[in-house]
Design a protein around this ligand. Structure first.
Ligand SMILES: *[C@@H]1O[C@H](CO)[C@@H](O)[C@H](O)[C@H]1NC(C)=O
Ligand SMILES: *[C@@H]1O[C@H](CO)[C@@H](O)[C@H](O)[C@H]1NC(C)=O
Ligand SMILES: *[C@@H]1O[C@H](CO)[C@@H](O)[C@H](O)[C@H]1NC(C)=O
Length: 574
């Protein structure tokens, strides 16, 4: 509790709120910065129109620039377009600012996961009609292998190959001897994908006997395109009938045709389910959490010694930590010398459990919130977790919730990770201290499953804030954390389609529900500012307005890059 007490929780709140009102909604600290936000504040209508004009001009300029510079400018263009869209919004909607619910995005219901196969998508070929058998050796931990298996299905489709159930990696850092059938429901995997590709459990003996040489083994470069597979792998497959691709992780390009992306989603979100014993235990743990609390947060902590050593960061454990981590670091001969402070400033250090707790409390989660902690080994063990427990006394792990039932799983790190995966997936809020495979995959899955609240720490900004936190009171800290976290809360609109890794943001598989008339009229009656809309401006955008409204209706606040900085207020509510 000592840690929590260090903060003066609510004493200063009323004063600050007052101060804020006097300063105008968006100007704490510095009234002159961030002018582009003005249009949303209560400045005059005129000003807001001139801002949209200016932003329009900016957009035009950027458009011109992008003719020459392409990529970089196109991102700028996107954000400035958003600005214009938003200023239209402010006129349509009035000056209302909306709060983000910390537990749930109110826009989540406007989207749904969509990954049905298109009518033109070529169906599975029968084993005998296929071009041969594709063997896959996945690589890495459970979630890295998951991306590999997902891509394996897509590659098999591209090659018109029969896929043999992939082999799991037994030699990764996680050292788990489990096979596919021990972790995933193999019959479901085969049957649920039957329309897309043919999957068999093994290459038939007859084929094996007829082969003159052992299966051809190759490793394709990371992120190879479908064309690469057609040019380089297909001829070998046709010649040899059986090809094995090894170390199969991230071997297929991130951006693919829409239909192939949807296939990825069908595999990842529907066909790859865990075996029954894993699912049952996972569901039981979820039920036990729900019995205690209506809603809970799952925190995925990666804080293994190896990972910390690899990061090159310093986590506050003094000389002992420095020498221990330095010792582990020797294992990798090629690691460069990193400056721990530099890495921290660049946002490269995973948050400590304590920092995760501080972030959550600052965002507004009360101390009686229930936490489920998903983790492997934690460097420093109980001592490292204590400050987090002090902030959130209702603290649970799978070991605490299960008893004997966990025993059969204990020797298998992948199966344990699978249990955590299920509880994290089902949680109301999911937060991680890292940007690893599990964090990304679950973030993507939760978007697909209805944008369940998923919080990524904005490590770059938070790290500076954590370093300076003893120089401010709790209220200020809390406000700053909220402002850092805008654009990192798992809101439906916070990432640009096509950016980031597909399994983290499966944009091809997230559809927007049509905007109903019903909602529209309700919406209009709510906004008296409607009449004041500048007709000229609107008619210029006349063809987009209807879309705009549905689009903007869903946009509450905050872009991650240009827009979101340093804006304080009550954007996070309960
Ligand atoms: C702005 O609105 C237009 C029209 O609805 C839309 O096509 C465009 O994607 C929007 N831009 C951004 C950056 O959201
Ligand atoms: C795969 O089969 C389809 C017909 O089912 C055919 O159109 C396509 O060209 C084939 N592709 C390859 C790589 O064999
Ligand atoms: C939670 O915070 C309240 C004050 O907001 C305090 O009275 C209470 O003792 C705290 N509970 C725990 C378990 O720390």
């Amino acid at each position: 509790m000592g840690v929590a007490k260090a903060w003066r929780f609510s004493m200063i709140a009323p004063n600050l709120a007052l101060l804020q009102q006097q300063n105008g909604a968006f100007s704490y600290g510095n009234g002159h910065k961030h002018e582009c936000w003005r249009w949303r504040s209560s400045a005059s209508q005129r000003r807001s129109i001139s801002w949209s004009l200016l932003c329009g001009l900016m957009l035009f300029g950027l458009g011109l620039i992008s003719l020459f510079t392409g990529h970089v400018a196109s991102h700028l263009e996107w954000y400035s377009q958003r600005l214009v869209n938003r200023s239209l919004y402010s006129k349509l909607q009035g000056d209302r600012r909306e709060a983000i619910g910390i537990w749930k995005s109110k826009y989540s219901k406007d989207y749904y996961g969509c990954s049905e196969r298109g009518p033109k998508f070529a169906p599975a070929l029968h084993e005998r009609a296929s071009n041969g058998y594709l063997l896959i050796a996945a690589s890495g931990g459970l979630n890295q292998q998951r991306t590999g298996i997902t891509d394996a299905v897509v590659v098999a489709w591209i090659l018109n190959a029969t896929l043999v159930v992939p082999e799991l990696d037994h030699h990764s850092y996680w050292k788990d001897n489990s096979d596919f059938v021990n972790v995933f429901d193999v019959n479901w995997f085969i049957s649920s994908l039957a329309k897309d590709i043919t999957i068999v459990k093994r290459v038939p003996d007859k084929v094996m006997r007829s082969m003159e040489k052992p299966p051809y083994t190759m490793r394709v470069p990371r992120k190879s395109t479908p064309e690469y597979y057609l040019d380089q792998v297909l001829p070998i497959l046709l010649r040899r009938r059986v090809v094995q691709l090894t170390k199969f992780d991230y071997r297929l390009a991130n951006n693919l045709d829409e239909e192939l992306q949807k296939l990825r989603c069908r595999v990842n979100y529907h066909s790859l389910r865990f075996t029954k014993p894993i699912r049952e235990l996972g569901e039981n743990l979820v039920m036990r959490m729900r019995k205690m609390a209506k809603r809970f947060i799952a925190v995925h902590l990666r804080f293994e010694p190896d990972m910390l050593a690899f990061s090159g960061c310093y986590y506050g454990g003094g000389e002992k930590e420095r020498s221990e981590l330095a010792e582990i670091r020797k294992r990798w001969v090629t690691l460069p010398d990193l400056s721990p402070d530099g890495e921290r400033k660049r946002g490269k250090c995973p948050l400590t459990p304590h920092e995760v707790g501080l972030m959550l409390r600052a965002l507004g989660f009360a101390n009686d919130t229930y936490l489920y902690i998903a983790s492997g080994e934690i460097y420093g063990g109980e001592g490292t977790l204590r400050p987090l427990r002090a902030l959130f006394p209702n603290f649970y792990t799978k070991e605490m919730l299960a008893n004997e039932e966990l025993k059969p799983f204990l020797p298998f790190s992948s199966r344990l990770a699978a249990i955590d995966y299920i509880v994290c997936d089902e949680s109301d809020v999911f937060v991680t201290n890292n940007n690893g495979n599990m964090a990304k995959i679950l973030a993507g899955r939760r978007r697909y499953m209805g944008h369940k609240r998923t919080i990524r720490p904005n490590a770059k900004k938070l790290s500076t804030l954590f370093m300076a936190r003893h120089q401010m009171d709790w209220e200020t800290f809390s406000k700053k954390v909220k402002s850092c976290q805008r654009g990192f809360m798992g809101e439906p609109d916070e990432m640009r389609p096509g950016r980031g890794e597909f399994h983290e943001f499966p944009y091809s598989c997230v559809c927007e529900k049509p905007f109903s008339n019903d909602e529209r009229s309700k919406d209009e009656s709510n906004h008296p500012h409607q009449e004041q809309v500048d007709e000229d401006l609107v008619s210029k955008h006349v063809e987009v307005i209807q879309d705009e409204k549905s689009f903007l209706k869903k946009r509450s606040i905050g872009g991650p890059v240009i827009l979101g900085d340093n804006v304080n207020d009550e954007f996070f509510s309960d």
